[in-house]
Design a protein around this ligand. Structure first.
Ligand SMILES: C[S@@+](CC[C@H](N)C(=O)[O-])C[C@H]1O[C@@H](n2cnc3c(N)ncnc32)[C@H](O)[C@@H]1O
Length: 261
C-alpha cells in the first residue's frame, strides 16, 4: 500500500515536470509583438514601391515584414535586393515560402529578429506598416544612419513633425513618402554671380536662415528633397532662387556653388 502511494506520488511529480517542461518551449517561442500582423493590400504595396522609385540597384528593407510581400514585390518587379525582418517566426516561414514561389530567393533575405535591432545604414529604401509611435522611435535612427536621398514609405502611419514629401490615398489607405534630407545646418560661403554667406537652420527638410550680401542681411527660406536643395533669398523684396545638389560639405548649382564654412 505504502509503496503504491510512493509510486503514485512519483508518477504525479514526473507528470507535472513533463507538462511544465513541454509547456516551456511553447511559452518561450511566443514573440512579443509591438504591432499585430495585418498585411498591406497588394495594390498599396505596388504604389508604395512606385512612390519610392525603387531601382534594381536599391537595397530595400521592410521593418516588420509580415509574409514578405513588400520585399518579394520589390525583387520581382524592380530586381531590387531585399531584406525583411519580423519578430514572428511564422511570418518569416511564410515570407521564405513566398520568395520561393516568386523565384526571388537569390535577391531576398528574411530574418527572425527585432526591427529595432536592425541597422538601416545600407538601405536605400525603408518600407513599413507599423504605428506612429514606432515610426517616431525609428525616426532619429533613420535621419542619422540613412544616406541623404534614401526613401522611406509608410502605410497608414506618419512621422509626427517630420512632414511627408508626398502623401496620398491608395484604395482607401493612406501612404506617406519621405526623402532623407541632406544635412545643411550651419554656415556656408556662396560663390557665383551673387556671392554671399549663409547661416542656415534646418528642421527635417525645411530650411531657414539669414544671408549676408555685401554686409547687408537678407531672409532665407528653403527646402530639401534628399540632396536637392532650393533656397529663396529675399533681397530687398526681390526673391532670388538658388537650386543645387548637396554633396557633403559642398553644394553645386548652375552658376553658383557653396562650401561649408
Ligand atoms: C502591420 S504588420 C505589417 C506587415 C508587412 N510589413 C506588410 O506591410 O504587409 C506588422 C508586422 O510587424 C511585426 N512585428 C511586430 N513587432 C515587431 C518587432 N519588434 N520586430 C520585428 N517585427 C515586429 C509583426 O509580426 C507583423 O508581421
Amino acid at each position: 500500500m505504502m509503496s503504491q502511494l510512493v509510486y503514485t506520488r512519483r508518477a504525479a511529480c514526473a507528470l507535472i515536470a513533463a507538462v511544465s517542461f513541454s509547456a516551456m518551449p511553447a511559452l518561450a517561442q511566443e514573440p512579443k509583438l509591438d504591432v499585430i500582423y495585418v498585411p498591406t493590400p497588394q495594390a498599396v504595396v505596388d504604389r508604395m514601391l512606385e512612390l519610392a522609385e525603387v531601382k534594381s540597384t536599391d537595397s530595400v528593407i521592410d521593418l516588420g515584414c509580415g509574409d514578405g510581400r513588400m520585399i518579394v514585390t520589390a525583387a520581382k518587379t524592380y530586381g531590387a535586393k531585399g531584406f525583411g525582418v519580423d519578430i514572428n517566426p511564422v511570418r518569416i516561414n511564410e515570407a521564405n515560402e513566398n520568395a520561393k514561389k516568386a523565384g526571388v530567393t537569390d535577391k531576398v533575405t528574411f530574418k527572425v529578429g527585432n526591427l529595432f535591432d536592425e541597422s538601416v545604414a545600407n538601405s536605400d529604401v525603408i518600407t513599413m506598416y507599423l504605428l506612429t509611435e514606432l515610426n517616431l522611435r525609428l525616426r532619429p535612427k533613420i535621419l542619422d544612419e540613412m544616406k541623404p536621398g534614401s526613401r522611406v514609405v509608410s502605410h497608414a502611419f506618419n512621422m509626427g513633425e517630420w512632414k511627408p514629401d508626398v502623401e496620398e490615398v491608395v484604395d482607401g489607405k493612406q501612404v506617406y513618402l519621405w526623402h532623407v534630407p541632406a544635412k545643411v545646418q550651419g554656415k556656408w560661403d556662396v560663390k557665383g554671380e551673387q556671392p554671399m554667406t549663409l547661416e542656415l537652420t534646418q528642421s527635417f527638410q525645411m530650411v531657414s536662415g539669414k544671408a549676408t550680401i555685401n554686409g547687408k542681411p537678407a531672409e532665407v527660406s528653403g527646402r530639401l528633397r534628399g540632396k536637392a536643395i532650393t533656397l529663396t533669398v529675399d533681397i530687398d523684396g526681390k526673391k532670388q532662387e538658388l537650386k543645387g545638389t548637396v554633396e557633403g560639405n559642398e553644394v553645386k548649382g548652375s552658376g553658383w556653388s557653396a562650401t561649408k564654412a
